[in-house]
Design a protein around this ligand. Structure first.
Ligand code: AHR
Length: 503
């Protein structure tokens, strides 16, 4: 087998930024089997007294997800949060127009907060700026975060929740630029309502942080103008602008597919430029950061979704079965997010359970890990600390839509507290392994802990409840000698090279 050569120089002091743990966030929407039949399945052998599946919670905990966006997504734009609180027998069954399903409201805010707490995650709560607006938004903040002595805080207490949740991060609606959105708005309309909702939500609780909707993806015809207009209106009242992006390999062009993280990189750079343009225009001292609050691969389930019976309860919508190449792209996307940790402070893998998810469940059966579970788990567990700016040189290729795609996609994270240095690396080559030489100069006394590798002979290989052929192994080939790390990265592979100092 032939090999290509790549080099890295990793210098302790070349820091991009401290990583905000919230970049390892995820997302649960009232959609398909994410909630009902996903996190919640009363009667399942693994269900606890609340009906929450313990096997699912354990898999979520392994992912170490610090933040979960809820309850949507497109769903939130038609959602009355009041439907999901209080006695179960009074909760209405509603048509969810976003996904043409029936919402039973068996799970609402209080149940979800309980679940998130068990999963060790905070909640990133979205408010409905589609069918509703400022009033419902400020009432929800009052219900969740005000201690007591007001109508909505006392209502929460009457629902058995004495202490306020102190939810810190809030989304001002969802994808309001999209014609598919319930209550779709122009940038002017959304900019105004986002500004006014943000203002009063912060009057109720000044400690909250707010995310304004950016574009639904980079291909939207209003992209860039949308962000500029929305921020023009809401700049002083919001803290983040959102980005959403999903990719697919519809054309079955692996070289081009694996290069899509370069487009993600460009998207992030563009949104930073727009936010900073508005900052300059306003002569503001405040910087708006980025919340990449929906990202993933999504395309495998598109055809199956057309066959779903309308108005079903929790049908199997958006159940993508991910293959090995999807895991490689997810790895490249994680590295891209890390490279922008100075401005991307929140990111949510969309979604978490059953719906375009790393975790799948069988009714009355097993919970299992998709291929994309592994790169996310590795990054979330080992990618904590400071992201460094290594000097990388790699051979490159051209694909249908990209030029100069590096075969090596990589970054390095230094955890000062635990004295750990982790190199994340994807080899995009379909033919050759990459011989990586990495100069780690001032990491004196470090040694190799392990080299995790996700590889598979079959790029289209998936996992299932019965069988998991795509799992990482620990037999990566890394040696550290006199400050030089040498590693062989197999063709088409995700690699995690873990090094540690003497403690
Ligand atoms: O994550 C699935 C859907 O994708 C979300 O509901 C929506 O925000 C996006 O279009």
């Amino acid at each position: 087998m032939s090999s290509k050569e790549a080099k890295m120089i990793i210098e302790k002091d070349f820091k991009i930024s401290e990583i905000d743990p919230r970049i390892y966030g995820s997302f649960i929407e009232h959609l398909g089997r994410a909630v009902y039949g996903g996190i919640y399945e009363p009667g399942h052998p693994e269900a606890d007294e609340n009906g929450f599946r313990k096997d699912v919670i354990n898999l979520v905990k392994e992912l170490n997800v610090p933040l979960i966006r809820y309850p949507g997504g497109n769903f939130v734009s038609g959602y009355n949060w009041e439907d999901g609180v209080g006695p179960l027998e009074n909760r209405p069954q509603r048509l969810d127009l976003a996904w043409k399903t029936t919402e039973t409201n068996e799970i609402g805010i209080n149940e979800f907060m309980k679940w998130a707490n068990m999963a060790n995650a905070e909640v990133n709560m979205a408010v409905n700026l589609g069918t509703r607006g400022i009033d419902a938004a400020r009432n929800l903040v009052e219900y969740c975060n005000h201690p007591s002595g007001s109508y909505y805080s006392d209502l929460r207490i009457s629902h058995g929740v004495k202490e306020p949740y102190k939810i810190k991060t809030w989304c001002l609606g969802n994808e309001m630029d999209g014609p598919w959105q319930i209550g779709h708005k122009t940038a002017e309309e959304y900019g105004r309502i986002a500004c006014e909702a943000a203002k009063v939500m912060k009057w109720v609780d000044p400690s909250i942080e707010l995310v304004a909707c950016g574009s639904s993806n980079r291909a939207m015809p209003t992209f860039a103008e949308w962000e500029a207009t929305v921020l023009d209106h809401a700049y002083d009242h919001v803290d983040y602008i959102s980005l959403h992006q999903y990719y697919g390999n519809q054309e079955d062009d692996i070289a081009n597919y694996l290069a899509l993280s370069l487009e993600m990189d460009d998207f992030i750079r563009s949104v930073i430029s727009i936010a900073d343009y508005v900052k300059a225009k306003k002569r503001s001292k405040k910087t708006i950061n980025l919340s990449f609050d929906e990202w993933n691969v999504w395309y495998h389930s598109n055809e199956a979704d057309k066959l779903i019976e309308p108005w079903s309860v929790a049908p199997p919508l958006l159940e993508d079965h991910y293959n090995f190449e999807d895991a490689l792209l997810v790895g490249c996307m994680l590295i891209t997010l890390l490279k922008h940790a100075d401005r991307v402070k929140i990111a949510c893998l969309a979604q978490l359970v059953n719906v375009i998810a790393p975790i799948m469940t069988e009714k009355k059966g097993k919970a299992w890990k998709q291929t994309i579970y592994y790169p996310f788990m590795h990054a979330s567990n080992f990618g904590r600390g400071v992201v460094l700016n290594p000097l990388v040189s790699s051979p490159k290729y051209d694909s249908k839509d990209f030029t100069d795609v590096p075969y090596l996609e990589s970054t390095a994270v230094y955890n000062e507290e635990t004295e750990e240095l982790t190199i994340f690396a994807v080899n995009r080559s379909q033919e050759d392994s990459l011989s990586l030489t990495c100069d780690i100069r001032n990491f004196d006394g470090y040694s190799v802990v392990e080299h995790l590798v996700l590889e598979n002979e079959n790029i289209k290989q998936t996992n299932s409840a019965k069988d998991s052929p795509v799992v990482p192994h620990k037999f990566g080939n890394t040696v550290l000698d006199s400050g030089i790390v040498t590693a062989k990265l197999p063709k088409l592979s995700w690699n995690v090279i873990r090094l540690a100092g003497k403690k």
